[in-house]
Ligand binder design. Structure first.
Ligand code: MSP
Length: 657
């Protein structure tokens, strides 16, 4: 067995009163990876935690008449409960309010300052008072706040700056000479061409306008920028900067930081630059996974489309949810979450394929041999193929897992599950039982099926935490040495005269129609509760005031021709950070339309979308390209933007009225 260390981290989560299934996605993936490495004999350190500082928390706490610390304490216990419900096997939970973290961040900031990589200057920028955020000239949209569209004023704030620009060339060099550093490779290209090549600016790393954060030790009016605070968790959790830094020495550099795609930038530019400045080794890999989306939009509480992992686990069981999250979507890409897809997976892969395999096998062994697995038996014509598929599975799964390809790994295991079901159909135990001369062959068939199940039960362990043990209980496997990871590469380990015991159905089938209706209601209730809590939690002044425009008549409205369209092709407009250029089918015509949505959608996400277009808008030129029409979008003052889509499928070109 290998005996190497493996240090894996999830992002540290913002303490929000309800983490949704999208947050759980990252943590479940990290957990599967940690379990896999432990099974392979690695000394694993799996870190997760919470990112608890910042102005938003301070405001919510004030609005609730409590302290920020008391507020986050309450939420963090809920997050820990959720991880317990999802069987997340983390080794450490770091909170950015932990003393060990706070002290180490102060030291890190000071070390960067002493080195000359942090300097004091003035942050001059355009300030949006309602958003309490500075913007640079080029971030403004038509001279207004890019997030809420309101007027901005020029302000100066004394701040510390980190010399990020100094590290630009070293970062490019590192990323290009270590292709494994940013995964999947598309994210690497994105970082180089969107951020590094255009040039890095020094980063403002302190704030003076609020208090809830880690004070700069030598200038306590300043609070350390939340990302410098948060990113440091990966080493402060290991005792970096203290006398007890054995874990740091043992586990750093991290083998992988698992993060969602929108925070890859912080982890592959700011974090490595900080480490370079501190003369510390860089993490070996940052893996940016995609988002779980609902109807093409990212889940978020403010959108009211949260899917509560607790509700899902209560209804279907933990293994089903973990399986679905890792199987349904290729890790790295975005994936659409639908209740229907979840239930279909449960019914087909879990109830039909795996659950049924186990229950009918145990049932036949009971019926034909009084529950005994007979080790001394004859061969059948189909054994060799089953054996070779079974014995090859582990290596293939390892190959996929080492590349973080969870879905492919599960697909490989299910190839074996289905091959085993096919073996039952080939050997036809119900026919063999009728012929006394075939009794030994029948015993052989049942033994082989049980062996295959033993192998499956070993390999599903990183993904499922309940089913393996439930299967061992049914096969009555007490000797755990025959279900050790590497024993999935050996055949014939089930002992003679093992007596099986039928247990509960592993994965009950679900009546999809009835379930969908009930689930929809449960999720809506949970979302409504979350929105209600949010309204209670958040300061009233954050509620945006809707500024209405001048009233128009129906005749005015009638002048606007709105039509549905389907995006056939979409690309970025060179030289523009904002614009996407789409070819949109409207009836039998294909229009070119430019939209300022590049910050919110990638061209790939746009292709295939059904949108609503202002079709009779006069054509105009933008960045040298003609744009004929306008894609309708909705945006709020929190920086969210979504294109408007027809709720049901409808032909492109249909009139919207
Ligand atoms: N606090 C920062 C991370 C600091 S790490 C030094 C943060 N927190 S977060 O709570 O907003 O998000 C945590 C993780 O959840 C991110 O990786 C994010 O991508 C992930 N997800 C949030 N919603 C998601 C989906 N709908 N789908 C998949 N992952 C998503 O960012």
């Amino acid at each position: 067995m290998e005996n190497k260390k493996f240090y894996i981290t999830t992002p540290i989560y913002y303490p929000s009163d309800k983490l949704h299934i999208g947050h759980s996605y990252c943590t479940v993936a990290a957990d599967a990876m940690a379990r896999y490495k432990r099974l392979r004999g690695f000394d694993v350190k799996f870190l997760t935690g919470t990112d608890e500082h910042g102005q938003k928390i301070e405001r919510i706490a004030t609005a609730q008449n409590t302290t920020p610390k008391a507020y986050v304490d309450n939420i963090v216990s809920g997050i820990k409960e959720l991880w317990a419900d999802l069987d997340i096997s983390y080794d450490q939970f770091i909170r950015t309010t932990d003393d060990i973290h706070v002290d180490a961040v102060k030291k890190i900031f000071k070390a960067l300052y002493d080195k000359g990589d942090i300097y004091k200057s003035e942050y001059e920028g355009w300030y949006c008072t309602p958003c309490e955020t500075f913007y640079t000239e080029h971030q403004l949209v038509d001279g207004k706040c890019p997030d809420c569209g309101r007027d901005v004023e020029k302000l100066k704030e004394e701040s510390y700056f980190f010399k990020l620009s100094k590290y630009q060339d070293r970062l490019i060099e590192h990323i290009e000479s270590h292709p494994e550093f940013i995964q999947p490779p598309t994210r690497q290209k994105e970082m180089i061409s969107n951020f590094l090549r255009p040039g890095l600016e020094d980063l403002c790393v302190s704030r003076t306008s609020f208090k809830w954060g880690i004070p700069v030790e030598f200038d306590p009016n300043h609070i350390v920028y939340v990302w410098v605070d948060a990113l440091s968790n990966y080493i402060t959790a290991l005792g970096y900067g203290t006398e007890q830094d054995e874990q740091y020495k043992k586990y750093w550099p991290a083998d992988v930081h698992l993060v969602g795609k929108e925070i890859v930038r912080f982890h592959t530019i700011i974090w490595p630059a900080m480490l370079m400045a501190l003369d510390l080794p860089l993490p070996k890999q940052v893996f940016g996974h995609g988002w779980l989306v609902i109807d093409g939009g990212k889940m978020s509480k403010s959108k009211g489309n949260v899917v509560d992992p607790k509700v899902l686990v209560e209804r279907y069981g933990l293994d089903a949810i973990r399986y679905f999250l890792l199987r349904e979507v290729a890790f790295g890409q975005d994936g659409n979450f639908t209740n229907e897809a979840l239930i279909q997976r449960i019914n087909s892969d879990l109830a039909n394929d795996l659950g049924n395999l186990v229950s009918r096998t145990v049932g036949m062994i009971e019926k034909y041999f009084g529950g005994k697995i007979i080790a001394d038996h004859a061969a059948t014509d189909f054994d060799e193929d089953l054996k070779s598929v079974a014995l090859a599975t582990l290596n293939k799964v390892e190959g996929y897992m080492d590349k973080m390809l969870f879905s492919d790994a599960l697909n490989e295991i299910w190839t074996l599950v289905r091959r085993t079901n096919k073996y039952i159909d080939e050997t036809q135990p119900w026919v063999l039982i009728k012929d006394e001369a075939k009794k030994s062959e029948l015993a052989g068939a049942l033994y082989n099926i049980a062996e295959s199940i033993r192998i499956i039960s070993i390999i599903i362990q990183p993904f499922m935490t309940k089913a393996p043990k439930a299967i061992w209980a049914q096969l009555n496997i007490a000797d755990e040495s025959i279900v050790a990871w590497d024993k999935a590469k050996e055949w014939g380990l089930l002992p003679a005269d093992l007596e099986v015991k039928k247990g509960e159905t592993l994965f009950p089938r679900i009546d999809i129609k009835k379930e969908l209706a009930e689930l929809e209601a449960a999720i809506k209730a949970a979302a409504a509760e979350s929105v209600a809590n949010k309204m209670k939690d958040e300061p009233k002044e954050e509620e945006p005031e809707v500024e209405h425009k001048e009233t128009i008549t129906i005749d005015d409205f009638d002048k606007i021709e709105l039509r549905t369209g389907t995006v056939l092709h979409c690309e970025k407009v060179e030289g523009s950070k904002k614009l996407l250029k789409s070819q949109i089918k409207i009836g039998n015509e294909v229009r070119q339309i430019l939209s300022g949505i590049a910050k919110y959608y990638t061209p790939e996400e746009m292709v295939g979308k059904n949108v609503v277009v202002v079709a009779n808008l006069a054509p105009r030129k933008m960045m040298g390209f003609e744009s004929h029409g306008m894609v309708l979008c909705a945006s709020d003052d929190k920086g969210n933007l979504t294109v408007v889509s027809p709720e049901k499928a409808i032909d492109p070109g249909s009139e919207v009225c």
